[in-house]
Design a protein around this ligand. Structure first.
Ligand code: SF4
Length: 329
């Protein structure tokens, strides 16, 4: 449906979506549409999985989308007690340079802070008049005030690019963010004036921890890769990673390995290898030609290249951060 899919789309890391035909049509017919994502500046590290968010945003950017990144400073203040000043500092010193280092083109991206965008806040208030407790409860399971504020502010964000001109938009998110998309789509459907075009979304898989857990436990955190992180520490995690290797070398040579359940292969697939390299790893693993130690070594080399490249681009992007013009309305 979409032209020239990126690796995440080709390899099933992006696994679902809503109303994608509308976006595909806009891409093919070169008509206006937008892509938007948010930064929640709650720490000074991001998970490696953020790379997938940026790649998807960049995909739509490269295919003609107006691209927006918002800093969710109001939500960070309400939900996590992070002051607006602290959010600004983290966004400028870390998050935005990191997104640029991961491939986002700042010249083609529009940035804003929620707290500086009164149009977003206005839309959120308007939306709050048409949303009921029952809807919030059905979608989120509770009606805590912070949850409600956050939900309506996100509607304001997601619809902001359409305030001047109605146009389709796509939001790339992890599947746990789907409730926000559903609420915004319900709100759009209630708007009888057809003021807004419906929202499309794509959902991507999370990068699993290298110990195999997906839930955020202490052990999962210690087996996850963050940016920035000391390269030596990342390589140690890869060396300890759970693989799909057999119990003995003889068994692996005879039966081959199991890339389908291997977390090193998952890391290669989601973030590190091109198609040819990935195909080679898969075939050599399945045929028993390659053992896990050698395979981890190849992964470590690629990861070192990636980390060096990220660090270099991150420092370059930081130097240019004052050139970014934030929307204020
Ligand atoms: Fe995973 Fe590589 Fe071992 Fe296959 S050979 S199970 S891909 S680490």
């Amino acid at each position: 449906m979409f032209p020239n899919l990126n690796n995440a789309m080709k390899r099933g890391v992006v696994f679902a979506g809503r109303d994608l035909k509308i976006i595909a049509k806009a891409i093919h017919e070169k008509t206006p549409f937008y892509a938007l994502t948010g930064i929640m500046p709650t720490s000074e590290q991001i998970h490696l999985g953020t790379k997938t968010v940026v790649e998807n945003l960049k995909y739509f950017q490269d295919n003609g989308a107006e691209t927006y990144i918002l800093v969710a400073d109001l939500e960070a203040a309400a939900a996590r007690g992070v002051s607006l000043d602290e959010s600004r500092k983290r966004a400028l010193n870390f998050y935005i340079p990191a997104y640029i280092a991961l491939g986002l083109d700042p010249k083609k991206t529009r940035f804003y802070f929620q707290s500086e965008n009164t149009s977003v806040i206005k839309t959120a208030f308007e939306a709050s008049r048409q949303i009921t407790f029952n809807e919030i409860r059905a979608i989120y399971g509770n009606t805590e005030p912070g949850r409600i504020m956050s939900a309506v502010t996100q509607i304001g964000d997601m619809l902001y690019p359409q305030l001047k001109h109605r146009k389709p938009g796509i939001i790339p998110v992890g599947i746990d963010q789907d409730p926000h998309i559903r609420l915004a789509r319900d709100y759009i459907n209630k708007n009888r004036s057809k003021r807004f075009s419906t929202l499309s979304s794509i959902y991507y898989k999370y990068t699993p921890s290298l110990d195999g857990s997906i839930k955020m436990s202490k052990s999962a955190a210690s087996a996850s890769i963050s940016l920035p992180e000391d390269t030596e520490s990342v390589l140690k995690k890869i060396k300890r990673a759970k693989t799909g290797g057999r119990n003995t070398e003889a068994e692996q040579r005879t039966l081959g390995g199991q890339p389908e359940i291997c977390l090193v292969f998952e890391l290669d697939k989601q973030h590190l290898m091109d198609d040819k390299e990935l195909d080679d790893i898969y075939k050599k693993c399945k045929s028993g030609k390659r053992l896990c130690g050698e395979c981890k070594g190849i992964c470590c080399n690629k990861m070192t290249e990636f980390m060096n490249d990220f660090n270099r681009k991150f420092h370059e992007a930081k130097k240019d951060i004052t050139k970014i013009d934030f929307i204020k309305e």
